[in-house]
Design a protein around this ligand. Structure first.
Ligand code: HEC
Length: 145
């Protein structure tokens, strides 16, 4: 009886520790390397950005709250037109979310980007970003009130 309780307790504890949804396909070393090679020059090593480059840090997770926002993270030119293929870009975005987004992630985690989703979204890179981003964020703020 005692060992059964112990086992159940451990199983429960294990569940509590596991993030709601894991981006299982992320190879940490490979994703970090791709970020360093293709993104970091503008976005800085810790994703905090500078000048005209917005912070990914503690922010990018906000965009996952709507479809448009989710699409936005892929359709910005730095993502969409990068030399990374779609599997690599999906991985870098998931890695960035895991490492930079912090408390901006939705409660309960997020659905990782897949190669297919990224491949489709990046076919329509954004031409105009400032107004579009403001609209996307206004819609997200509205869902949070
Ligand atoms: C040449 C500089 C540069 C590179 C390289 C670059 N970006 Fe960006 N990124 C920007 C700028 C500038 C913006 C702001 C929007 C714009 O003007 O394109 C941005 C915006 C973004 C955003 C939207 C953030 C927000 O809050 O609006 C994401 C996500 C993003 N980049 C991801 C990436 C990823 C992933 C890579 C690497 C594959 C990358 N970027 C490479 C300059 C860059």
């Amino acid at each position: 009886m005692l060992s059964r309780c112990l086992w159940l307790g451990m199983a429960f504890f294990g569940l509590m520790l596991a993030p709601a949804i894991q981006s299982a396909d992320v190879n940490d070393a490979r994703a970090r390397y791709h970020y360093q090679m293709f993104c970091q020059g503008c976005h800085t090593p810790d994703g905090s950005g500078a000048n005209a480059v917005p912070a990914l840090k503690n922010q990018m997770g906000l965009f996952l709250r709507t479809e448009k926002g989710r699409g936005f993270l892929v359709r910005v030119p730095g993502s969409a037109t990068s030399k990374l293929n779609s599997a690599q870009l999906a991985e870098v975005l998931n890695w960035s979310l895991d490492n930079f987004a912090g408390s901006s992630l939705p409660e309960g985690g997020y659905e990782p980007y897949t190669e297919a989703e990224v491949a489709q979204l990046r076919q329509q890179p954004l031409q105009e970003i400032e107004n579009y981003r403001a609209t996307v964020l206004a819609e997200i703020v509205a869902t949070m009130q």
